[in-house]
Every structure is written in structure tokens, then in C-alpha cells.
Design a protein around this ligand. Structure first.
Ligand code: TRP
Length: 443
């Protein structure tokens, strides 16, 4: 039987997905999840979002929107494993193991980090690390943990992420070399269509950072408004136009069939006016997107449904990540002191999982612990008795024993009132002992 290929990708939950994200990532990912020979793992990268989004409301809302988008696009969550990164505690645990396997020099070369350093340089900032947090610096390591946790083979990503996959391979190799073969080496899967990134309203690459995006599920009136904002040249209706340099044509052809695209190409040659072309693009996109947008509008109103889907996914994901993390912990030597180094299990076992020998070692250890605690308590009582002896000597030496004892008791009570927790307990015990001893000496 052929082993299924694992496809894994995440979307950072710090913004609103746009048409470019749809074509480059979402659409191919949903299609891949329907293949019989593929196991897909798709997740909301909310820990990654924390790096650049420190507004709790935005982060939270974005997570809900992006989850609703996946579901509206028809992701089959029984087939695919669809989860939230932060629901898998093993991911940050693994990220630490990997951090300790990662050369700092390699992180220095990470594009995401270097871009920020370059920006500081451009702005002539004295501190080239200004505004850069460790999350950004270590970003590729957390991403490697996302991937290696599920031993994914193929990672559909945009071109800008290829370096991160290479770093992930490097880290995985180092881990495998140090601790044995635990990780599969993943490969980036860059969509053909993605090599030509979609342009935005101003003709530059569609990107949140340029503020030129068309959100995937913008309501119809907003979609229309945005399409009419797309930059064109000043050619008049009736003049032949070049489709290849035109953002309207580019977006149209990214969605339309080859025949539909050919018809529009002819319309350009025949001098279609920009207003008319914008109208046609809007009609086309609106019709294309409406069914999914309707599903989106109803799903987004139902956070309970979204949450239950994510919980289902988290349970499926943890069925992999929990046992795998156990194995990795044991591989690096983090495990119970009485476990066998060679068993698959490690960490804290439940009582049921312990072998009789292990249970016996633990019982002997417990008995020893109790004996130590008992001895310590006896020593403490002996100390207290010494102190009480002294108090009593003082009382007996004074002219009025009764007065001295009352004073000693009052003094102790005063100290108790102002003492901190542990000292208070000791003083209280001293008081009790003293009162006992005085009572027995009187009788
Ligand atoms: N870094 C990716 C992005 O910004 C998101 C991401 C996080 C990711 N973890 C991942 C993608 C693991 C693929 C695999 O697009």
C-alpha cells in the first residue's frame, strides 16, 4: 500500500485574505485536500500572528475570519485536519527543541529578519535591530516546528516562503543527525500560477502592506467600488489596448476559463472602454464569488460552529502530535528517571502505564521521601524545644514567673501577627509548645 503524502500549510491570522491569497494558496490547498492519495493539514498560524499583530481584537477577529473562509471554500474537515496552531501545545515545545538545534548564523540570514534590518538601515537608524522582536528573528524555527510536528512532505507556500522550508530541512537534518531519524525532510510546493503574483489596485503586487488589496469576500458594493479604483492608462474607448500590461485583464484571466479569456483578449483588440471592462470584471468576479461569499456570511455569524470544527481538528492533530512528542522527548533525554531509555514512552506516565518494576522503584522512592520528611520534622521540633527551654529558663529566673510567662506569651502573639507565612507557623508552634510546657510544669 502506498503511503499517503502529507500536505501542510498555515495562514497567519493577522489580516484579511485577498484575491491573491485565494489564487495562490487557498484554492490549490482546498483542491489538494480532495485528492485520495493526500492527507492534508491546514492550520491557523495564530502564534505567528503574534509577531506582528499585538492588537488582541484584530488577532481574534482575523482567526475567526480566516477559519470561516476555509470552511466557506468547502474544505472537508472530515478528510483534512483543520486546526489552530495554538491548540497544539506540542508545537511550541518542539519549537524549543529545534531552537537548540538551529545555528544563530542561519537565522541572521533569514529574509524576514533581514528585510527589517535593511529597513532600519534605509531609515539610518543607529540600532539596526530597532523594533525587531525575537519572534520575528526565530520565525522560521516556529514554522519548522509546524511542519516537522506532522512530518509533512509537501508545503504549498508562496515564493517568499521557500527559504523557510530550506531552513526547516536544515534544522531537521541536524536533529536527525544528533538524535536519530525522526523527521521527514519537507519540500516547498510553489504553485505554477503563483510564480506570477496577482497585481493589486495600483498595479503593484497585491499585498496588505501596499494597501492595494481586494478582500476575497468583500460585499458586492465594495467589490465594485474597488474594481473601479484599479489603475488603467488613458486610452479612450475604441482604441486597441494591450491585455498583457493590464491589471483588469490579469485578474479576469486568473479566474476565467481559456475561452472566456480569449473573448476578452479580442475585446481589448477591438478597443473596449475601461469603464465597460471594469463592469465586466465586476460582474464576472461577483458571480464567481457569490456562492462562497453567501456561505461565508452565514458561517461567520456562527462562532460556535467554527469553534467546534477547530476543536475537532485539534483532537485529530493531537492524536499525532502527542505520541510523537513523547518519542521526541525521550529521544533528547527528557523523560521519567525510572523509564527505560529504549521504550517509546517517556515523560509522565499514568499509573496504568507503569510496569511493576517502575512502580516498585517509584514506591521505594516515595517511602524514602516520606522518611526524609519525617526526620526533617523531628529536627525542627527539636530546634523549637531548645527555644522553648530558653524561654522557660528566663521565666523561672524572673521574680514573678506568672508575669514573665504572660509577657512571653503576649510577645510571641505580637510576633505572630506581624510575621510572614512560614515564620508565622514556626512562631505559632513555639507558642503552643510553650503553653503546653507551662501548663505541665504548673500541674
Ligand atoms: N509563514 C507562513 C506565511 O506567512 C505561514 C506559516 C506558518 C506556514 N507556519 C507555516 C506556512 C508552516 C507553511 C507551513 O505565509
Amino acid at each position: 500500500m502506498q503511503v499517503k503524502q502529507r500536505v501542510l500549510t498555515g495562514i497567519t491570522t493577522s489580516g484579511t485574505p485577498h484575491l491573491g491569497n485565494y489564487l495562490g494558496a487557498l484554492k490549490p490547498a482546498v483542491a489538494a485536500s480532495q485528492k485520495v492519495d493526500t492527507d492534508s493539514f491546514y492550520f491557523l498560524a495564530d502564534y505567528h500572528a503574534l509577531i506582528k499583530c499585538q492588537d488582541p481584537q484584530t488577532l481574534h477577529r482575523s482567526g475567526r475570519e480566516i477559519a470561516a473562509i476555509w470552511l466557506a471554500l468547502g474544505l472537508d474537515t472530515d478528510k483534512a485536519t483543520f486546526y489552530r496552531q495554538s491548540d497544539i501545545p506540542e508545537i511550541p515545545q518542539l519549537a524549543w527543541f529545534l531552537t537548540c538545534m538551529t545555528a544563530k548564523g542561519m537565522m541572521n540570514r533569514s529574509h524576514a529578519y533581514k528585510a527589517s534590518v535593511d529597513e532600519n538601515q534605509r531609515q539610518s537608524n543607529v540600532d539596526l535591530d530597532q523594533g525587531i522582536n525575537m519572534g520575528l528573528f526565530s520565525y522560521p524555527i516556529l514554522m519548522a516546528a509546524d511542519i516537522l510536528m506532522f512530518n509533512a512532505n509537501h508545503i504549498p507556500v508562496g515564493k517568499d516562503q521557500i527559504q523557510h522550508i530550506e531552513m526547516c530541512r536544515d534544522i531537521a537534518m541536524r536533529f536527525n543527525h544528533t538524535y536519530g531519524e525522526h523527521f521527514v525532510l519537507p519540500e516547498a510546493m510553489v504553485e505554477e500560477g503563483d510564480s506570477k503574483v496577482l497585481s493589486g489596485l495600483d498595479g503593484r503586487k497585491m499585498s496588505k502592506s501596499y494597501g492595494n488589496i481586494i478582500p476575497l469576500f468583500a460585499p458586492a458594493d465594495e467589490l465594485k467600488k474597488l474594481i473601479f479604483q484599479i489603475t488603467t492608462n488613458s486610452l479612450q474607448p475604441g482604441e486597441a489596448k494591450d491585455p498583457e500590461t493590464c491589471t483588469l485583464f490579469e485578474i479576469y484571466s486568473a479566474f476565467a476559463s481559456p475561452q472566456e479569456t480569449l473573448a476578452i483578449r479580442n475585446a481589448y483588440a477591438n478597443g473596449i472602454g475601461w469603464g465597460e471592462m471594469k463592469g465586466q470584471l465586476f460582474e464576472y468576479l461577483n458571480e464567481y464569488l457569490t456562492p462562497a461569499r453567501k456561505r461565508y456570511d452565514s458561517i461567520i455569524k456562527d462562532p460556535g460552529f467554527i469553534e467546534s470544527e477547530l476543536q475537532k481538528g485539534a483532537a485529530k492533530a493531537r492524536a499525532h502530535s502527542q505520541p510523537f512528542m513523547e518519542r521526541l522527548r525521550s529521544a533528547v533525554g527528557i523523560m521519567s528517571l525510572v523509564g527505560d531509555m529504549n521504550t517509546k514512552h517517556s515523560g509522565v506516565k499514568t499509573k496504568k502505564e507503569l510496569t511493576p518494576q517502575e512502580q516498585e522503584k517509584i514506591d521505594v522512592g516515595k517511602a524514602k521521601g516520606l522518611a526524609i520528611a519525617k526526620q526533617r520534622a523531628e529536627e525542627e521540633t527539636a530546634q523549637l524545644n531548645l527555644k522553648v527551654d530558653e524561654l522557660i529558663r528566663h521565666i523561672n529566673a524572673s521574680s514573678s514567673g506568672e508575669l514573665a510567662s504572660t509577657e512571653a506569651i503576649a510577645e510571641l502573639k505580637l510576633q505572630i501577627d506581624s510575621a510572614k507565612k512560614k515564620a508565622k507557623k514556626t512562631l505559632q508552634l513555639t507558642l503552643e509548645l510553650l503553653q503546653q510546657r507551662l501548663a505541665s510544669e504548673l500541674s
